[in-house]
Design a protein around this ligand. Sequence first.
Ligand code: ZN
Length: 328
Amino acid sequence: MLSNRAAEVAAIPAGVEGAKCGSDKLSQDSPKSVTKTDALLRLFRDLNVWRRGDQRAPHKPLLVLYALGQLQSGAERLIPFDQLEGPLTKLLEQFGPPRRSFHPELPFHHLQRDGVWEIEEKVPLTRRKGSKNPLRSELRKWSITGGFPQPLFQDLKDRPEAVREIARQLLAAHFPDSLHSAIADATGLLLDTVNRSSRRDPEFRATVISAWGHRCAFCGFGIQLDNADLGLEAAHIRWCQYGGPDTQDNGLACCSLHHQAFDRGAVTISDELKILVSSRLHGNSSFESLFLALHRAPLRMPNLKDAHPRRDFLVWHRSEVFRGEARD
Ligand SMILES: [Zn+2]
């Protein structure tokens, strides 16, 4: 059965499509002027993502991104849980917060409440005690299928640009820019066009890079072409998607490699401001000089006190982004 929200989208006649052509912003106007594409964007923008304190829970966005990738590739509407379980677990491992175990069955079930998903319960499923969630083993055993409800699936099929825009919107809302193309690759999503997601303060990059002396905080890399920095970026310690501000004490100047490594959780920083490298990271000969040699080395701190990383931002990064244990 369709939720009210999905039914509202289905009821918008396709005829008004294009009335707000060229607009990237969601319409805040009267319902009459809301196009189908606007309504679709809003439906996915309002996903009720579980939050507890500072913890990240990108389970629903990752499931939707996976399902959109499937839709783009021409897959059937309903995806069997046993087919989706492996890839979704891998996405959670790679791009979710570091956790001991992963539960793809939770978004598979809970996304239904957002009106963008339905599962076909062919047989009455056994529930966990005191919970409405069906057991993972049951979903697997009966090959229970889930997918976008039929009218929504058709609307998305008919609007490839809306699909790309929803994917970009979800990425921008839940992950830093540096991870977008890796997540798109992992979900098979085609995003094309330029990244329109940036919410960053343009001053942030310049201020942070300057505070850190135009050098990577990790490896000291600092190369300029004429007067412009080459391959040097400003990373947020606490992601802006999770309330991290565009302030100097939440920024690190990083070369492109260490930016990616920091956002993927391969490296982090201790309260003593030493670099920690994950024991899960390995590689060839450059791995020694680019990572191993940095382990437990002190960060190259900026002179300016205001630019020193704030401790609570570092704590967040270690618990929500850093993967595995620091090496010995
Ligand atoms: Zn570096």
